[in-house]
Design a protein around this ligand. Sequence first.
Ligand SMILES: NC(=O)c1ccc[n+]([C@@H]2O[C@H](COP(=O)([O-])OP(=O)(O)OC[C@H]3O[C@@H](n4cnc5c(N)ncnc54)[C@H](OP(=O)(O)O)[C@@H]3O)[C@@H](O)[C@H]2O)c1
Length: 296
Amino acid sequence: MMQDKTVLITGASTGTGLAMASALAGMGASVLMVSRDPERARRARDEVVKAATGKPPTTLLADLSSQADVRRLAGLVESSTGRLDVLINNAGAAFRHRQLSVDGIERTLATNHLGSFLLTNLLLGLLRAARASRIVNVTARMHTNGIDFDNLQLEHRYGALRAYALSKACNILFTYELARRLSGSSIQSNCFCPGPTETNFARTAGGSIRVLESVARLIGVLRPVEEGARTGVYLASSPEVANVTGRYFRNGKPARSKPGTYDESTAARLWEVSDGLCRLGNERNRTFVSIAPMAS
Ligand SMILES: NC(=O)c1ccc[n+]([C@@H]2O[C@H](COP(=O)([O-])OP(=O)(O)OC[C@H]3O[C@@H](n4cnc5c(N)ncnc54)[C@H](OP(=O)(O)O)[C@@H]3O)[C@@H](O)[C@H]2O)c1
């Protein structure tokens, strides 16, 4: 079903990303696995090789919180493939204390939202080169209802959970706005929440997120990674959702995200702010100009 399809997955060295990479490689897809650590990337690739029924996976290294790295990654992808059928923006992190990225941006926003925003924009040409392509953003049910643009980078009242939930609302607003901007094109944009899943996430994040994970484990709601990955694999591959765009999914079904994420003016403003923070500049012409609806 996924033979001849090229799929790029960020955060593919562990957890949900690795499980999606294995499942899609098992369906015959050619998988580009983005990781930031060479050793973890090698171990993850070995695992995906065992599952692959098509071309062996390729690993690419990039720290998504660094805009220079994202630009370098997009260049590498462009030079290694002529088209992209599926882009899964899965990498995500949370930080106990407020930190800045190398670009001087609050690190949760830089990693979880701006990394995906920039990478997607830079890869739109390759996505358009596929006959029909899909963008799948990994978000979380734990997202904020709106965005306080005066405190987007949480200079005030920083908390790991607050920063994480805000970045996950950005993922949803971005997904919906992207679907609107791509309307009439052959590219779909959807997002999903994997649900409480047994991964490294909470261990790496620590603090209140670790506490939440312990509670989820205690009450028995943590699911295995294969289960957490299932909706992502479905959105990336199923013919059932071939014409679905601009939706949020949970447990394999469309669901409602928080009301504030449907606000189109918030989404448009977030796009402009993100564009400015990523300094898209001339690159913008290279991306959306080529996204005009296809002539019939
Ligand atoms: N687990 C859950 O319960 C849950 C619930 C809802 C949503 N989610 C979402 O699911 C997604 C995947 O998380 P997971 O649960 O599978 O956790 P995970 O095992 O920690 O995976 C996160 C991945 O993101 C990568 N990553 C983090 N920061 C990065 C950066 N700066 N540059 C490049 N890659 C980076 C990590 O790479 P390293 O291996 O190098 O750290 C890792 O491969 C995230 O977007 C998360 O928000 C998870």
